[in-house]
Design a protein around this ligand. Structure first.
Ligand SMILES: CC1=C(/C=C/C(C)=C/C=C/C(C)=C/C=C/C=C(C)/C=C/C=C(C)/C=C/C2=C(C)C[C@@H](O)CC2(C)C)C(C)(C)CCC1
Ligand SMILES: [Fe+2]
Length: 498
């Protein structure tokens, strides 16, 4: 089996560690098969494209320097271009010909010869290099602007046509967020809603939900009009949860405060201890996962305390309201082995089932009863409050009056979930996702039917498909209508999150 292992090694190298070249001028792609004529517009994507600078390499795949890609669909043809994000991080690294700015999995030192005492001194005298603006995770819209994003307080405005890098924006100027997600939501009124964490501001650590209205005519940054909708104190002041996305229905925001914790004391000393930020995150197995349901109308979380067992989740799929319940679907794990799998040293190891994921993802549905507080008081301990007929998800009152939620398992082994975004916040049926195997090489994409539980799988030899993205037909009547060849209409792919 040597030949197939060698083939796998080179796939790992191509997908995860080879440095890319940018392709700044559009090139016409060779199309095999057929692209519907109605599919018109530009798809923007982001991700790591450079894993070493000079003689230095990043430790982790999620650290690589951001490479922006665009695919322009026009009359059945596709034009591709790509450009590295000219972040301050990119420019400083290039100038020094080595990695001088820290990323989540790689702590960098401008002067590598320093010993622990001078590192400590540098740290104490506040000349720690600025946090990274290597925004490699996603492209998000605030108003009419496009921003490359990561999870720090910096985002980078970009020109969606040329992929040029524009101004650096600091969330902290507008809202108190040291960290913010790269998976905001967009509502039907054109607002962008996002969540962030404010660490230690006025002695408090809290999560905030903020709303950025559509662009006004005054040419100011759309973030100038950002409004904090709600703030939720962290369960523990010194260890707020890490989260990568959240859910939203018409009236509620769903925030999962999971026991995957940022240890602030460890973070504060990481630089001079010579360890990366990632080592300051711990999965606390014996802590609960708290589910916060924030009412957008009252701008307050519901008073009841909802919880479930310890878990790790990155991606919410969708959420909706149904007959007095909030229903939400997520991808969950039993531990944080996903992050470890993507260390480049692990990716380069012989891939065996033992060295990769110890917990595979499960697609879970939670159902939260929206109970009147007085009614809840009169309910018996142990009674299931979920009244929806077709679900096995439960929510039971415990002896403290809190509500223990147990999910329904929808399926196993999918990640990077997407839906028809026109159904975001509404009851949906289909999920498009990457099929997860025990090794990090993606080989299949799926369309999952949450009603019949059928999985339609697409795979082809020598193809390693990325996150699938659903684009509805312009005249779509059905949720999964992305195929008809009827009329042609201008369809901008970028009005929705990528
Ligand atoms: C922490 C901290 C700081 C730093 C924060 C920083 C730099 C944060 C950076 C965060 C980043 C880059 C987050 C990236 C997240 C990426 C995620 C969740 C990727 C998920 C990928 C998945 C689920 C892939 C799944 C798959 C698997 C498992 C198997 C395959 O077969 C198929 C595939 C690929 C789909 C500061 C601001 C400096 C100081 C304050 C505290
Ligand atoms: Fe994500």
């Amino acid at each position: 089996m040597e030949s197939s292992n060698t083939a796998l090694d080179s796939v790992v190298d191509v997908i995860f560690s080879a440095n890319r070249d940018e392709c700044p001028e559009p090139i016409k792609a060779e199309v095999q098969g057929h692209i519907p004529k109605w599919l018109q517009g530009t798809l923007l994507r982001n991700g790591p494209g450079k894993h070493s600078v000079g003689d230095m390499s990043y430790n982790h795949w999620f650290d690589g320097l951001a490479l922006l890609h665009s695919f322009t669909f026009k009359d059945g043809e596709v034009y591709y271009r790509s450009k590295f994000l000219r972040s301050d991080t990119f420019n400083s690294n290039m100038e020094a010909n080595r990695i001088v700015v820290s990323e989540f999995g790689t702590m960098a030192y401008p002067d590598p010869c320093k010993n622990i005492f001078s590192k400590a001194f540098t740290y104490l005298s506040h000349v720690v290099p600025e946090f990274t603006d290597n925004c490699l995770i996603n492209i998000i819209n605030y108003g009419d602007d496009y921003y490359a994003s990561s999870e720090t307080n910096f985002i980078r405005k970009i020109d969606p046509l040329t992929l040029e890098t524009l101004e650096k924006v600091d969330y902290m100027k507008y809202v108190t967020a040291n960290l913010a997600t790269s998976h905001p939501h967009y509502d039907s009124a054109g607002n962008t809603l996002n969540m962030g964490t404010s660490i230690g501001d006025k002695g408090k650590t809290k999560y905030i939900v903020f709303k950025v209205p559509p662009s006004s005519t005054d040419k100011k940054s759309p973030l100038k009009n950002a409004e904090v909708l709600c703030s939720i104190p962290a369960h523990r002041l010194l260890s707020p949860s890490y989260y990568h996305s959240f859910g939203m229905t018409e009236n509620y925001v769903i925030f999962i405060e999971q026991p995957l914790k940022l240890d602030i004391l460890k973070l504060a000393t990481a630089y001079f201890r010579g360890v990366n930020w990632a080592s300051c995150i711990d999965f606390v197995q014996d802590e609960k996962t708290w589910i916060h349901i924030i009412d957008k109308r009252t701008k307050k979380p519901l008073a009841e305390k909802f919880y479930t067992e310890a878990m790790v989740t990155y991606h919410h799929i969708n959420a909706y309201e149904e007959d007095g319940h909030v229903v939400f679907d997520i991808i969950a794990y039993k531990d944080n082995s996903l992050y470890d799998m993507f260390y480049l040293a692990n990716l380069r190891k012989d891939l065996t089932e033992e060295t990769t994921l110890t917990s595979t993802p499960t697609c879970k549905r939670f159902v939260i009863p929206l109970q009147d507080e007085k009614v809840l008081k009169s309910v018996e301990v142990g009674a299931n409050l979920v009244k929806l007929p077709k679900t096995t998800a439960k929510a039971t009152k415990d002896k403290n009056g809190d509500i223990a939620c147990s999910p329904e398992i929808l399926c196993d082994g999918i990640e990077l979930p997407r839906i028809n975004y026109a159904y975001n916040g509404k009851k949906n049926r289909y999920v498009y996702a990457s099929h997860v195997e025990w090794r990090p090489i993606p080989t299949k994409i799926v369309k999952f039917d949450t009603v019949t539980r059928d999985m339609l799988i697409w795979t082809e030899d020598n193809c390693w498909p990325a996150e699938p993205l659903f684009v509805p037909h312009p005249d779509a009547k059905e949720e999964d209508d992305g195929q008809r060849k009827k009329s042609e209409g201008l369809h901008c792919l970028n009005k929705r999150p990528l």
